[in-house]
Design a protein around this ligand. Structure first.
Ligand code: PRP
Ligand code: URA
Length: 213
């Protein structure tokens, strides 16, 4: 287990991200517009999180003369938590087109709010990879904690969590179990309600992405 060093929580402050978050929060945003706003918000989160990737200096030849360039690490993996995390994949791949994509299927039990696994498939290169776990909602934190447990068990070492809306309760749960994993988010909301929904939040992200409300 990670030492309790205090979680790094980066609340990304960007006017375009704030605008897309307002679209995502609005109850009357239909699923097509919701998906598009989630794609755009995720691309902004990808730009911000990728800022910290190490680059390797390379010699390149421009059409005119030799020059020095910088390239990204060869192994980057994004892992969406199904279903809602799928809505963040394209935003990341737009910036990081060579990233591998793992999948984690998880469904929160509506009664006890604990996550149940139903699918898992990771690339073999997890140990060498910079891994971004994608899930727009960090509510109780149960899904994110379990997803990070599974990724570590599968060999992942360099992990970051990318979400859109985090509840204080979820951040606390993460700090207790994965304090060394940086969390990138567009907002930290007020609290969870009695049904485990984030308030003010944006409702059920998976249903809103896929039009299944
Ligand atoms: C939502 C969300 C997270 C989880 C967060 O998924 O996308 O995965 O709940 O809640 P937690 O922090 O309390 O674990 P859900 O289980 O509703 O599945 P879905 O995406 O298929 O709708
Ligand atoms: N999952 C969601 O999709 N929304 C919430 O508010 C909490 C968990």
């Amino acid at each position: 287990m990670a030492p309790a060093v205090g979680q790094r929580v980066i609340v990304v402050d960007h006017p375009v991200l704030a605008d897309r978050l307002a679209v995502l929060r609005a109850a009357d945003t239909p699923h097509g517009a919701f998906r598009q706003a989630l794609f755009e918000a995720s691309a902004i989160l990808a730009v911000e999180a990728a800022r910290e990737l190490p680059v390797t200096e390379v010699e390149i030849q421009t059409p005119l003369e030799p020059a020095v360039g910088h390239r990204l690490p060869p192994e980057i993996t994004v892992v969406p938590v199904l279903r809602a995390g799928l809505g963040m994949v394209d935003g990341f791949l737009r910036l990081l087109p060579d990233a591998r994509v793992g999948h984690l299927g998880m469904q929160r039990d509506e009664q006890d709010l604990t996550p149940r696994d139903y699918y898992e498939r990771f690339p073999q290169e997890l140990a060498e990879s910079y891994v971004y776990l994608l899930d727009p909602m960090l509510a109780t934190g149960g899904s994110a904690v379990h997803a990070l447990d599974r990724l570590r068990e599968a060999g992942a070492r360099r992990l970051e969590l990318i979400c859109l809306v985090a509840a204080p309760e979820g951040l606390k749960a993460l700090e207790e179990r994965h304090a060394d994993v940086p969390v990138w988010t567009a907002a930290v909301d007020r609290q969870l309600d009695e049904r485990g929904y984030i308030r003010p939040g944006l409702g059920d992200a998976g249903d809103r992405v896929f039009g299944t409300e």
